[in-house]
Design a protein around this ligand. Structure first.
Ligand code: ADP
Ligand code: ASP
Ligand code: MG
Length: 352
């Protein structure tokens, strides 16, 4: 089994989804489990709808909901077999009716909690995974859609939830392999649910993380992250175009680059992969012939000292000085107890 994860741009349109089907088709012998992001910029749009709702801007959120429904319906109809169009319409109706009720509820309350943000943003991946499974069947790939909320169990830190690995791995190992024997399993990334069944999300860009959690849970032989660039590049192409593809990189190097801004990979992605020593590949769904970037356990020797440069914005810098430092002790301990109490992670520390 392998896990193949396709990001938002890779499933943004009927044409893009058809390319995904073509890529998956060439790898059927490896028993792919497919993880998909929300289509295009759907997550951003859902969050904008939620913001408009709590601000009471009805003339904004109702047309936005209408457009989002139109977008999903238009693209999905092109990839759905005629025989399944009625069922597709029914599923879209159900989802958008439910979503609209939720949004109207937020408008009445005028308050957005992390829990309700997750309820709203979960619709992106719920819809995309259903549509991609439909498209696969239309192109002759036997496909089974699985609701990730039944498999990925998380804590209740909504919008930044952490998986409960024991429960999640047990469910993945029980549910996926029997299905993947004969069909391509398609599941949404990013979303899960708490042990009580309340929808949760793994944080923005979290579909990569779902892919590696799924990979570790089923003991996949490889985790492939399909995106819109040739792999991990020597710099963020939106900041510095013309970067080179990094061919091989170690888990720790990739994790550090991701953590410090290389958005091509969610920072937590490599953790489950390291634990089970599963190689991770970053590949381009628009240029599947390119070898991409291979992320492996051990760094290979490289004549360049610097492999890639990342950049992270909106860093808060805290300068702390004490006049009673000489021969003092326990000062840093007390400071870090504060970061601990407020669950704040510290990127870099410098002391003198
Ligand atoms: P997806 O929707 O497939 O998950 P993302 O937009 O999350 O795609 O990540 C891919 C994007 O990451 C690229 O289009 C690129 O703009 C950005 N990026 C930032 N840093 C890097 C880097 N070092 N190498 C490659 N891409 C990078
Ligand atoms: N759709 C989610 C996001 O936009 C997750 C992902 O794409 O990885 O953040
Ligand atoms: Mg991403």
């Amino acid at each position: 089994m392998i896990v193949m994860k396709f990001g938002g741009t890779s499933v943004e349109s009927a044409a893009a989804i058809e390319s995904v089907a073509a890529i998956v088709k060439t790898r059927l012998d490896r028993k792919p489990v497919v993880v998909v992001s929300a289509m295009g910029k759907t997550t951003n749009k859902l969050l904008a709808i939620a913001q408009a709702a709590i601000a009471g801007r009805r003339d904004e959120y109702l047309p936005q909901l209408h457009d989002l429904r139109g977008y999903h319906s238009r693209e999905a109809r092109q990839v759905a077999p005629l025989s399944e169009r009625a069922e597709l319409d029914r599923v879209l109706d159900d989802h958008f009716q439910e979503l609209t009720e939720l949004v109207k509820g937020l408008a009445v309350l005028g308050e957005l909690t992390p829990r309700s943000i997750d309820a709203i943003s979960s619709y992106g991946e719920r819809l995309s995974s259903y549509i991609v499974a439909l498209a696969f069947r239309h192109s002759g790939i036997p496909a089974a859609h699985v609701d990730s909320r039944r498999l990925i169990v998380t804590d209740n830190r909504h919008t930044q939830a952490a998986p409960l690995f024991d429960l999640t791995y047990a469910r993945l190992a029980r549910e996926i392999p029997p299905l993947a024997e004969r069909q391509v399993v398609v599941m949404g990334g990013f979303i899960g649910a708490t042990a009580d069944g309340v929808p949760s999300t793994l944080g923005r860009g979290g579909s990569d993380y779902t892919a590696s959690i799924a990979g570790a849970g089923i003991g996949a032989e490889e985790i492939q992250i399909w995106t819109d660039v040739d792999g991990m590049l020597t710099a963020d192409p939106t900041i510095l175009p013309g970067g080179r593809r990094v061919k091989t990189i170690s888990f720790s190097e990739a994790a550090e680059l991701a953590y410090f801004g290389a958005k091509v990979l969610h920072p937590a992605t490599v953790l489950p992969a390291i634990e089970r020593n599963i190689p991770v590949l970053i590949l381009n769904s628009r240029r599947p012939e390119v070898a991409g970037t291979r992320i492996v356990a051990e760094a290979v020797h490289c004549s360049n000292i610097v492999k890639s440069i990342a950049c992270k914005r909106n860093i808060t810098l805290v300068n702390i000085t004490s006049t009673r430092m000489l021969m003092a002790y326990g000062f840093l301990k007390r400071i870090f107890e504060l970061f601990d109490r407020f669950e704040t992670s510290v990127d870099i520390v410098s002391t003198s």
